[in-house]
Design a protein around this ligand. Structure first.
Ligand code: ADP
Length: 291
């Protein structure tokens, strides 16, 4: 670990003068140090990640944005413990380098698809991770039932997933992720398939929940507004092979309501990030055209 907080060098000084929501003190909860990932070999080799350095502090809400194919899901899978890093670098969790699936079970995650089981009720879907963990069914159910009101699902315990709207299904999947109480929560585009209005409501709701529970979150998105609105930090990745292009600290005050997205500070951050993201998206587009 030559440089424990490599992203700090890239950050611009906050322009708003508002105190930071999450001061960066102490060791990171998770740190990626020179992380590489290659798939295939020889002419068929794809370099998905090429020296990623990223630190996530305890309690932070970090959003990650980058062009399609830049390695976001690969990074997600690595932090979830589903994929190993190549031997060049390491993923460090609470100061300990992690190998061979060691991270599995230490992190709760919600993949892009909600993965609700059609044949299980909403309540039984919510308790799934707890049951797999060995929590007795009655106890798991009691814990889940207590969270239904907070997740806007009271009265839907015995419904089946097909009886719910898209937003409600995502809340069930999120509730399952919250119930699997881990210090780090990974969310891969949880609102990607929702209409704009539902999405905006879900973002505000997620912040309320997060402010109450204060878990550390890594949230992947394609949407710059979403990344800025939610995050303490927005991490921008380069076109493939994925590296960290920049890390923008978002000093917008919390709690954040709908009015935040029309504030001059928000618009200025968006203008800056759009330029960077568009540059990378064009590179990604060009290389896809060339191959
Ligand atoms: P993103 O989530 O940013 O769209 P991914 O992490 O899914 O990107 O993929 C990064 C690159 O790695 C892509 O070019 C993808 O085709 C490649 N890739 C991902 N997983 C595999 C795999 N299991 N085998 C081969 N190539 C893969």
């Amino acid at each position: 670990m030559d440089d424990p907080t490599p992203e700090v060098a890239d950050q611009e000084a906050p322009s708003s003068g508002i105190a930071k929501a999450q001061p960066e003190v102490g060791p990171p909860l998770v740190e990626m140090v020179n992380v590489w990932k290659r798939f295939g070999q020889g002419a068929g080799e794809t370099v998905a990640l090429a020296g990623v350095d990223l630190a996530i502090q305890p309690g932070e809400f970090v959003t990650l944005i980058g062009p399609s194919g830049c390695g976001k899901s690969t990074l997600f899978n690595m932090i979830a413990g589903l994929t190993d890093t190549d031997s060049d670098g390491s993923v460090v969790f609470k100061n300990k380098p992690q190998r061979d699936g060691e991270l599995l079970g230490k992190v709760s995650f919600m993949p892009q698809k909600d993965l609700l089981f059609a044949w299980r009720t909403v309540l039984d879907n919510a308790t799934l991770a707890l049951e797999i963990e060995g929590v007795p069914r009655a106890k798991a159910r009691a814990r889940a039932e207590a969270m239904f009101p907070e997740f806007g699902l009271a009265g839907f315990e015995k419904h089946y997933p097909h009886q719910l709207s898209g937003g409600m299904r995502q809340r069930v999947a999120l509730m399952r992720t919250f119930l699997f109480e881990r210090e780090l929560m990974l969310l891969d585009e949880p609102f990607g398939a929702l209409d704009a209005l539902t999405r905006a409501m879900m973002q505000r709701w997620l912040l309320e929940i997060w402010e109450k529970h204060r878990r550390t979150v890594l949230f992947i998105t394609h949407d710059i507004d979403e990344a800025i609105f939610l995050g303490d930090k927005v991490v921008v990745m380069t076109a493939r092979p994925g590296r960290i292009k920049t890390v923008e600290t978002i000093d917008l005050p919390r709690p954040r309501g709908a009015e935040v997205i029309t504030s001059p500070e928000f618009i200025e951050i968006k203008r800056r990030l759009l330029g960077i993201v568009e540059e990378e998206s064009l590179k990604s587009f060009a290389s896809a055209g060339a191959s």
